[in-house]
Design a protein around this ligand. Structure first.
Ligand SMILES: [Zn+2]
Length: 77
């Protein structure tokens, strides 16, 4: 399974997970995940940082993968 960068029109393999939270939309413990290739890690992180949404940047775990892409459930735990 290969994970693709979340940046618009980018098909590169993602190697970073950007974990973010919009306090206006999400509860405090909610984490949204954007995937980024090396090239887009900076721009995507800058975008989130400018809005004070960015919580963490972690290497992608290709085994576990992201578990909160898109608008799924609220992940109770
Ligand atoms: Zn990219």
């Amino acid at each position: 399974m290969s994970l693709t960068c979340s940046a618009k029109d980018c098909r590169a393999t993602a190697v970073w997970s950007l974990l973010w939270n919009n306090p206006k939309l999400h509860t405090a413990d909610r984490r949204k995940t954007w995937l980024a290739c090396d090239e887009h890690r900076g721009p995507l992180a800058d975008f989130l940082t400018a809005r004070q949404f960015l919580r963490a940047v972690e290497p992608v775990d290709p085994v576990a993968g992201p578990d909160d892409i898109g608008e799924s459930d609220d992940g109770g735990s």
